[in-house]
Design a protein around this ligand. Sequence first.
Ligand code: M6R
Length: 608
Amino acid sequence: MCGIVGYVGVNLAKQELIDSLKKLEYRGYDSVGITILNSSLETCKAPGKISELESKLPEIDGYTGIGHTRWATHGQPTEQNAHPHLSGNISVVHNGIIENYHQLKDELIEMGYEFKSETDTEVIAHLLHLNYQQSRDFHTAFRKTLKLLEGSYAVAAVCEDIPDEIIAGKKNSPLVVGLGDNCNFAASDITAFLKHTKDVIFLEDLEIAQIQKNDVQFFDLEGKPVEKEKTRVEWDLEDAEKAGYEHFMLKEIHEQTKSVYNTFAGKLSELDGSINLDELNLTKKQIRNLNRIELIACGTSYNAGLIARYLFEQLAGIHTNIDTGSEYRYRNPVFCEDDDVLSIAISQSGETADTIAALQSLKSSGCNTLAITNVIGSSITRDADDTMYIKSGPELGVAATKTFTSQLTILYLLAVHFARVRNKINTDDSRNFIRALKKLPGNIQKILNSKDTIRECAEQFSDVSDYFFIGRYTNYPVALEGALKLKEISYIHAEGYAAGELKHGPLALITDNTPVVAIATPGHTYDKTLSNIMEVKARNATVIAVAEEGDHEINKYVDIVLRVPETEELLSPILSTIVLQLLAYYTALARGCSIDKPRNLAKSVTVE
Ligand code: M6R
């Protein structure tokens, strides 16, 4: 995830910015840059690590500057795309996604602005320049610019004409001001300046900070002064990296309100129910002609693929197969001459050896290939014909959480897009779907608000040695994912089953000491799931149901109910999975496990 810093003080800004950027390295990044406000703007950027920037940085005097670590979302991690972005005598760094940047960019190009990067951020620099030319007042220009932006942003900017000052503002992306001694900071997180000060002021959305070395003023977007309270944080550096959460996994679970939003931001058009997947090179004709999709993935990504199979078949009417990378590569799949196959490889890291090998094999069989990944420029993107990025930000916990829900989100978008192109759903249906998608971040927040109930449940069963997870239809992969998450971080043996399969064997293992988690959200298999719940109840199992808020019927059948908000049947896996992520997390916590780095596991599995 990108990181912003701004420094104004009495020390050389160059060293202060480099030190602060290093403190943000834990967030993950793939390019870096700084602008120092001397008598002119001195900017230096580099793809790769901060050390690469340091090795090319000239001596620069100057006591004010802004810096950025970029985690690519729009365009490759190149020097051109690295921040800061410049327009005339103005330099800008930005975190977030500007949803209306296409439209703004077209307008600016028409006015004669030239774009040097592929980023959404560059529109902010040019808008700021344009507005400054018109008003000749940098603060007015900054406010006017922020008003034009849709989406999320934390922005810091400097202007050559205004020495010793940084201006910063935010909406839906964090920004905090650090109050030092003879120096002040702006940053996307406290770690950036913690060694200088623990006195901070958090900006609220649509607030602006005007930062000088001995003074900070706050305003709203109309320019009216805002009174802000100073907070003293008692975090040490490690706490601050985790934003106060005990583990990265818990932080990443909480980030899902944001990461899911980032995945769909700018892609939904409620007006005509269309999905804008500009980055997809597949033509409408190719989409119409498809007669099969082959999904390839491993682990959690495979579980996302299992859900996608239902989506592509049900929504878009395309026959869909799925296999794990490690199995596909040793099969001898049969292709017919008139096959028109799209192969989709799903991998959060983009580096999983088995998935990449299977994708290469599908490509050599003549399939069109599409990679869905979180990491720009990862190996899989070089092999695939086409790539879609899930934009969930770096995930540092080994257990995949936010990348799973973002994978699902992009797969929903793809399935609805295919369905539209193939005339399988009408405008009203896709509009409803878009509305439901837009409600997801709020619904995820509701689940996070109920985490104490999930924690109590987890603690109650943290001593058991076996757990079962059951579900039908799209809740079957949710059950698999719930079991995978639990075994991975708590080391409890857990099995995920299609609920209808229990009676074909595993029922023999059910006792009064095997909790069974039943994903029982509303849908066409709900009644059947209730029957399966009764089967395990008859064997004295304790049943924990994941059920919808308004479902009171379920209380009659189960021992504990963990609630998810109401949503579309096809979207409910995203919500149910978050409940199961929290269940796994709190179980592992109660057992004192190493949650972020579980034994025997790695974040990227680059070996066969
Ligand atoms: O990077 P990928 O999505 O290709 O990784 C696949 C699996 O290794 C990964 O999902 C693994 O199962 C996670 N540890 C699950 O939490």
